[in-house]
Design a protein around this ligand. Structure first.
Ligand SMILES: NC(=O)c1ccc[n+]([C@@H]2O[C@H](COP(=O)([O-])OP(=O)(O)OC[C@H]3O[C@@H](n4cnc5c(N)ncnc54)[C@H](O)[C@@H]3O)[C@@H](O)[C@H]2O)c1
Length: 447
């Protein structure tokens, strides 16, 4: 098939990564972004966030004239054949999904389609609760365009599974593609686009209904969150058993093919732009159906409590926190990103500040975002070593490669009171505990 031209409404994390990957394969891509500063930065070749490899690829596709970012959905839609909707879907204060960006983008798309004669295919990539695409996206577009879904335009749900920090790789090599389709023509067209994109490397494809595709994304994320909360509970039990180490237990159970090794790293809990919000949204959605999702509730409860356990440990080690200097290594919610949305570091730092501790923090990528979160409430270091200087305790919150290279001597030489709480299990307990005070999530200390 002739490659269709592609538009993307909402040029945030998912939108921009999807756009540059399509553009890198020669597709003509127009993205729309309501935030003028973001749009200008993208057109200058500067991604508004850090993602490995993204800046180089963005600059390449701009030079090849395969990508541009515009300010209105109308301009993007009228000049393309296929549109992905990738606007944000945050939570409302009660935890339910906030669909304001979805509603507004659907209205804009409807108004644009009113002016278009030819068939247009739309795909919702944003994570939305079941029923949203049928009841809100389709209904709004039909209302504002005066056109019929399945006849004048096609509609699919195509959930996104990319991981921040690996976004380009994941977009080029997904485990599978899910297509929820309103009608067969929409699904066939969308499958053909992916067939011509991936060719011989076409991943498994699952075609289903719109609400099933919407639920697949939540089921996927809640399962990952469940694995994390599960292993964190095992870790908390290990800490009460001298000689037990959660990393050994995780390795052992991970070798069972029915369980698998991934997402079994015990730590301070999950954060980020997806898991916390999606768990909240699906709990709220289940309750709106009159169903109490006991497992999902527990997953969230464990995750809320996990950082508090570390604060209590810190208090026990330092006796009292007022005036004590704590070094925080890692601010991003995970390595290889500068994203601090729902990062566990925020909860740890705010709790320590409330207890009267002084905070010095360092992250290889997230310092600018951290300044927006904490302002002058904490001090910012220029390096890991500077962060450790004169500290009474260090809490390792993000497992950046750079931090894995630190040796016991680095902590001993620079800290006032060489003490580590390894919140992500990156250090060897034998090596570290011989030389300094060492505590770690899920490590039952031998007395
Ligand atoms: N970030 C991830 O790793 C990830 C992974 C999988 C799925 N998702 C889902 O993808 C969706 C997008 O997530 P994100 O992290 O990219 O969000 P984001 O907040 O980074 O980006 C959304 C962008 O859309 C723009 N926008 C909103 N309304 C618009 C409109 N009407 N026209 C033009 N631009 C508009 C915003 O200004 C923003 O730049 C969410 O539903 C999220 O749950 C995210």
């Amino acid at each position: 098939m002739t490659p269709p031209s592609i538009s993307i409404v909402g040029t945030g994390y998912v939108g921009l990564c999807t756009a540059v990957v399509f553009a890198s394969k020669g597709y003509k891509v127009i993205t729309s972004e309501q935030d003028h500063e973001k749009a200008a930065s993208i057109n200058e070749g500067i991604p508004p966030f850090f993602e490995p490899g993204l800046e180089d690829l963005l600059q390449r596709v701009l030079k090849e004239n395969n990508l541009r970012c515009v300010l209105t959905s109308e301009e993007a839609i009228l000049n393309t054949d296929v549109t992905f909707i990738t606007v944000g879907t945050p939570n409302k204060p009660d935890g339910s999904i906030d669909l304001q960006y979805i509603e507004r983008s659907a209205q804009e798309i409807g108004e644009a389609l009113k002016k278009k004669e030819t068939y247009h295919l739309l795909a919702v990539k944003s994570t939305v609760v079941p029923g949203t695409t049928e009841n809100i996206v389709k209904a709004t577009i039909e209302k504002y365009s005066g056109k019929r879904c399945g006849i004048n335009f096609g509609l699919c749900v195509n959930p996104e599974f990319l991981r921040e920090g690996n976004a380009l790789h994941d977009t080029l090599h997904p485990d599978r593609i899910i297509i929820g389709e309103h009608d067969k023509k929409s699904g066939d067209f969308f499958e053909a686009i992916y067939n011509s994109f991936y060719r011989a490397e076409m991943p498994s494809i699952i075609r289903t209904t719109l609400p099933a595709a919407e639920l697949i994304k939540y089921a996927n994320n809640i399962f990952l969150a469940t694995k994390i909360s599960f292993i964190n509970q095992v870790a908390n039990i290990c800490e009460k058993i001298p000689g037990a180490d959660v990393t050994v237990i995780a390795k052992a159970i991970g070798l069972d093919k029915r369980i698998g090794p991934l997402f079994l790293n015990a730590g301070l809990g999950y954060g980020g732009s997806c898991l916390p919000k999606d768990v909240k949204a699906i709990i709220n959605f289940s309750k709106s159906l009159g169903y109490n999702p006991i497992i999902f509730n527990a997953v969230e409860e464990v995750n809320k409590a996990q950082p508090i356990i570390t604060i209590e440990l810190c208090k026990t080690i330092l006796k009292n926190l007022p005036g004590k200097q704590i070094a925080i290594l890692g601010l991003a919610f995970k390595p290889n990103t500068d994203d601090m949305r729902e990062a566990i570091s925020i909860r740890i730092i705010n709790n320590l500040l409330n207890e009267g501790a002084k905070i010095v923090a360092y992250d290889p990528a997230a310092m600018d975002n951290a300044r927006e979160v904490f302002g002058n409430d904490i001090q910012y270091a220029n390096s890991a070593i500077q962060c450790l200087k004169n500290a009474d305790c260090c809490i390792l919150t993000t497992e950046w490669e750079e931090f894995k290279k630190l040796t016991p001597e680095d902590f001993i030489q620079h800290m006032k009171n060489p003490t580590i709480i390894d919140g992500r299990r990156i250090y060897d307990p034998k090596q570290f505990s011989q030389k300094l005070k060492f505590k770690a999530i899920g490590l039952g200390t031998l007395t």
